[in-house]
Design a binder for this molecule. Structure first.
Ligand code: GLN
Length: 189
């Protein structure tokens, strides 16, 4: 079992630390050569989606990663990672991988509520701590996408096949439960 973490920008180290705590081997994807090895799952971290999306294209990672995700590779996108997966952004003309049938609003909580911390239920996992940092939320989901988490009436987590997208950062909390859930999904192949 080996999980790849996209490491071109953003909070990738925190995800690696969580995987390490679970005893799961991980490695960083920084350039095309890193894709030569096999892996069982991919984490797209939080950060700045515009920068990450641009770097992914410039580094030649876009097509191979999109192909793997569309082909069923288990993927967990957190915050900006969710934005990279979304089929549509309601307040941004960019689309990145576009493999997850959801419409996402960037920086959806505005400036004042830009960052906050809460506990909420994730379907199939239970209640976990969630850190929201200039977070997006999911405005609508397409067919086949299952809502797995809501906070204050807004959708903050979705699962579609082997793709999981959450608008919060589980990796800056002390709960390993979402990562464990993802690793189990990846192990199920
Ligand atoms: N605001 C960022 C964006 O739109 C996402 C924030 C995050 O990943 N913490 O890309």
């Amino acid at each position: 079992m080996k999980i790849a973490v996209l490491a071109v920008q953003g909070a990738f180290v925190e995800h690696e630390r969580m995987l390490g705590q679970l005893g799961i081997e991980s490695f960083e994807i920084r350039q095309k050569n890193d894709l030569r090895q096999d892996f069982d799952g991919l984490i797209l971290p939080g950060g700045e989606s515009t920068v990450m999306g641009k770097l992914v294209r410039e580094l030649g990672l876009f097509e191979p990663l999109k192909e793997k995700i569309a082909g069923g590779l288990p993927v967990l996108g957190t915050c900006a990672g969710l934005i990279l997966l979304a089929e549509k952004l309601s307040n941004d003309a960019n689309v990145y991988f576009g493999t997850l049938p959801v419409t996402v609003k960037r920086n959806a909580y505005g400036r004042q509520l830009g960052s906050f911390y809460t506990n909420a239920e994730v379907r199939g996992i239970g209640e976990i701590p969630m850190a929201f940092i200039r977070a997006p939320y999911i405005e609508s989901v397409g067919s086949g996408a299952e809502v797995i988490a809501e906070v204050d009436g807004n959708i903050v987590g979705v699962r579609y096949g082997r793709q999981i997208g959450v608008s919060f950062h589980p990796e800056v909390t002390d709960s390993l439960r979402l990562h464990r859930y993802f690793v189990e999904l990846a192990a199920a192949g």
